[in-house]
Design a protein around this ligand. Structure first.
Ligand SMILES: [Zn+2]
Length: 315
């Protein structure tokens, strides 16, 4: 509930989290909603040390609430992280690295870029459920990536889209994945990872989908095979709508300037936003993302900058 479980406005954010201790206490309440639990022995009795650690009374192990999360070993005050997550989650379309750099006053663009990518890593729950019920699946081809960075595939990147169809033509949850190639195995693996067996799949006649009944899926071919936009728009309206929303969002937020190496993270961010689109209250997404952030592995900067930041990622 806004104002009780999470701040409902930016003013509340500032007053809830004036210092690091307030942030640590809040993260602890999210990580241990039923009270402290020792990661080593499961003990619930603990001392709080002066350094802000929890010391287990059974095994004496010290635990930091940020250990093993995206905040691990950060030298920046947690309140700055909280502000960054607030801006990322409360702006309807998210923020670019250039936006974040300006808002938080970072000296370097690269720092803002690395922060955004760490935050995006928290947008995908590792244990998330697979889609079920009636599910449309198709591939879309995203254009607008930097030619020079993406040699070999021209300027189009294949992306698999799966979306739940609910009653009354409304859409449920989505899953997205960039494909290395739009080969049969890639497509079948995507469906197996993202859709519960027993679901009714609606697809075009691509040969990959013909393997799905043997894997426990109910399958209907409803559209013409291949790039036939008219057929796909009529017969697979869900994936068609997701593809156009995704393209518009990438255009609006990243102005065409992203490299395919980073596209998977942008797909994660789009998925996070779309699947929680009904959480309209400011602060609700902030709360959900923090919950996921403290359950996420840390990603050191050197790991994130294997690929150069997108220099053209600005608005
Ligand atoms: Zn213990």
């Amino acid at each position: 509930m806004a104002g009780v479980d999470y701040p409902g406005t930016y003013q509340e954010l500032l007053s809830w989290f004036p210092d690091n201790q307030a942030c640590i206490d809040y993260l602890a309440s999210l990580r241990w909603p039923q009270g402290f639990s020792c990661p080593a022995c499961g003990g619930s009795e603990c001392w709080r040390t002066r350094a802000g650690l929890w010391m287990c009374r059974s095994c004496n192990r010290k635990t930091s609430v940020t250990a093993g999360t995206i905040f691990d070993r950060t030298r920046t005050p947690l309140s700055t992280w909280f502000a960054a997550i607030w801006f990322v989650t409360t702006q309807r379309n998210g923020v670019s690295a250039r936006n974040l750099q300006q808002i938080l006053g970072f000296a370097s663009y690269e720092t803002a870029w690395a922060w955004l990518h760490k935050i995006r890593r928290a947008m995908v729950r590792p244990d998330r459920d697979r889609l079920s019920g009636i599910v449309e699946v198709d591939e879309a081809f995203l254009g607008g990536v930097n030619h020079d960075v993406f040699g070999g595939y021209g300027d189009k990147v294949p992306v698999s889209i799966a979306v739940e169809r609910l009653s009354g033509n409304t859409l449920g949850r989505i899953r997205l994945q960039m494909l290395e190639r739009a080969g049969y195995n890639d497509i079948v693996e995507f469906v197996e990872r993202c859709v519960e067996p027993g679901s009714l799949l609606r697809t075009d006649g691509h040969g990959a989908y013909l393997r799905l009944p043997a894997l426990g899926y109910d399958h209907r071919i409803v559209a013409l095979t291949g790039r036939n936009p008219a057929s796909a728009a009529t017969e697979l309206p869900g994936v068609h709508r997701i593809a156009s929303l995704l393209k518009r969002w990438l255009l609006g937020t990243y102005h065409l300037g992203y490299s395919p190496a980073h596209l998977p993270y942008y797909l994660d961010e789009f998925t996070f936003r779309f699947n929680r689109r009904k959480s309209r209250r400011p602060g609700m997404l902030f709360y959900r993302l923090l919950q996921q952030a403290i359950a996420t592995d840390p990603h050191p900067l050197h790991e994130l900058t294997t690929h150069e930041p997108d220099k053209t990622d600005f608005t």
